[in-house]
Design a protein around this ligand. Structure first.
Ligand code: QUE
Length: 333
C-alpha cells in the first residue's frame, strides 16, 4: 500500500477506553465496506484487550455521528446484478451489529449529530447510547425502499406501544431527548458537557454518565403516544391509513402525507418484518434481514429510491404499485 489516506475508522487506546472515531465526514460518516471491515477487526481486539475497560464511539466533523450505510454503492451493485457484492456488504455490517450486542464491556456511543440507519446499528446494540441536544436519530429506509435493518427488526418491535412501527414507516426524525423518550437512546447530555464526560470516561469513572446526564421529562413523544398507538398499532398499511384518516388531526394528516411519499413495497415489507421480528432473538432478526436484502435491493424501487433521494436528489421517486401479500411473503425467502 502507498501513503495511506487518513483512516476512515480511527482506533486508539486512551486511558481506560478504546476509542473508535468514524472519520468520513464529507459522507456524514456513512459506513462503507472498508469502515465495516475496520470495525470487524477492531471489535475483537478491543474485547480481548484487558486494558480496555470500555469503548467510546464517535463521529468526526461535528455534524454527524453516522448517516447510514453506503447505499449509493449498494445501488450500483444492484444495477450491475452483483448479488454477491451486496451480500458481502450487509453480512459484514450485520456481523458488526451482532458483535457489538455481544461485546461484554460498556459500548458507549456519543451521538452528537445525525444518526440514521447504519449509525443506529453501531450504537443501539451497545450498553450506552448518549445523545446531545444536537442529535437527530431516524430509521429513514422506507424513503429509499430499503427496510429498517442493522438489527432494528429486533429493537423496534420492543419499543413502547407502536413507537417502533411509527418510526419505521414514517422515518420520523427524533431529537436527542425524544430518542431517550422513545427508548432508542439511554442518556441525554448537553453538547457542552461532552468533553467533561469523555475525560471522565477515559479516567475510568463509570459513574460519570449517570452524574452528567440530565433526566428527560415526558415531552413530545409522550404527548403523541396515544395517537401513535391508535394509528400505527395495526398489522396492515390500509388499516394504518384508515386510522390516520379517522384521527382528523393535523398530526395525522402529516403522517398520512409522509406515508404517501414512501415506497409501498418497502412499507409492506417493513410491517411484515416487524411482526416477524417481535418473535425472534437478535441473531434470528439479523439472519432474516440478510435474507431479505437480496429481494429488496434487486426490486426496482430500491435503485429508484436511492436515485431520487441521494443521486439525482429530485425527491420524486416513481414507485412500483403496492405488492400483494404473497409477493411480500416471497421476498422473505
Ligand atoms: C434514507 C436512508 C439513507 C439516507 C437517506 C434516506 C441511508 C443513508 C444515507 C446517506 C446520507 C448521507 C451520505 C450517505 C448516505 O441517506 O441509508 O453516504 O453521505 O446511508 O432518506 O436509508
Amino acid at each position: 500500500m502507498g501513503e495511506a489516506a487518513e483512516a476512515t475508522v480511527i482506533l486508539a487506546r486512551e486511558g481506560a477506553a478504546g476509542t473508535l472515531l468514524m472519520n468520513r465526514p464529507r459522507a456524514l460518516n456513512a459506513l462503507d465496506l472498508p469502515m465495516i471491515e475496520a470495525f470487524a477487526a477492531a471489535i475483537p481486539a478491543l474485547r480481548d484487550d484487558p486494558a480496555v475497560r470500555l469503548v467510546i464511539l464517535e463521529g468526526a466533523g461535528g455534524k454527524a455521528f453516522c448517516a447510514g450505510g453506503d447505499v449509493r454503492r449498494i445501488r450500483e451493485l444492484a444495477l450491475a446484478g452483483d448479488a454477491a457484492g451486496i451480500e458481502a456488504f450487509f453480512a459484514g455490517e450485520y456481523g458488526v451489529n451482532a458483535a457489538i450486542a455481544g461485546f461484554g464491556k460498556p459500548w458507549t456511543s456519543l451521538i452528537d449529530g445525525v444518526c440514521m440507519g447504519g449509525g443506529i446499528g453501531v450504537s443501539v446494540h451497545g450498553s450506552h447510547r448518549i445523545v446531545t441536544d444536537h442529535a437527530l436519530l431516524a430509521m429513514p429506509e422506507t424513503a429509499i425502499a430499503l427496510f429498517p435493518d442493522v438489527g432494528t427488526s429486533h429493537v423496534l418491535p420492543r419499543l413502547p406501544g407502536a413507537i417502533g412501527t411509527w418510526l419505521a414507516l414514517t422515518g420520523a426524525r427524533l431529537r436527542g431527548a425524544e430518542a431517550v423518550e422513545a427508548g432508542l437512546a439511554t442518556h441525554f447530555v448537553k453538547r457542552e458537557r461532552l468533553p467533561a464526560l469523555r475525560t471522565a470516561l477515559l479516567a475510568g469513572d463509570a459513574g460519570a454518565v449517570d452524574r452528567l446526564a440530565e433526566a428527560v421529562p415526558p415531552g413530545p413523544i409522550a404527548a403523541q403516544r396515544p395517537a401513535i398507538d391508535r394509528c400505527f398499532g395495526h398489522a396492515t398499511l390500509p388499516a394504518v391509513q384508515a386510522a390516520l384518516a379517522a384521527e382528523g388531526t393535523e398530526w395525522a394528516a402529516t403522517q398520512a402525507a409522509i406515508l404517501a411519499r414512501m415506497s409501498p413495497t418497502s412499507m409492506a415489507v417493513t410491517l411484515e418484518l416487524l411482526k416477524r421480528g417481535a418473535g425472534l432473538d437478535l441473531a434470528g432478526c439479523l439472519a432474516m434481514e440478510l435474507r431479505l436484502t437480496r429481494a429488496v435491493t434487486m426490486h426496482p424501487d430500491f435503485a429508484e429510491g436511492v436515485r431520487a433521494v441521494l443521486v439525482d436528489k429530485d425527491n420524486n421517486p416513481r414507485w412500483q404499485p403496492t405488492p400483494d401479500p404473497a409477493t411480500v411473503a416471497a421476498m422473505f425467502g
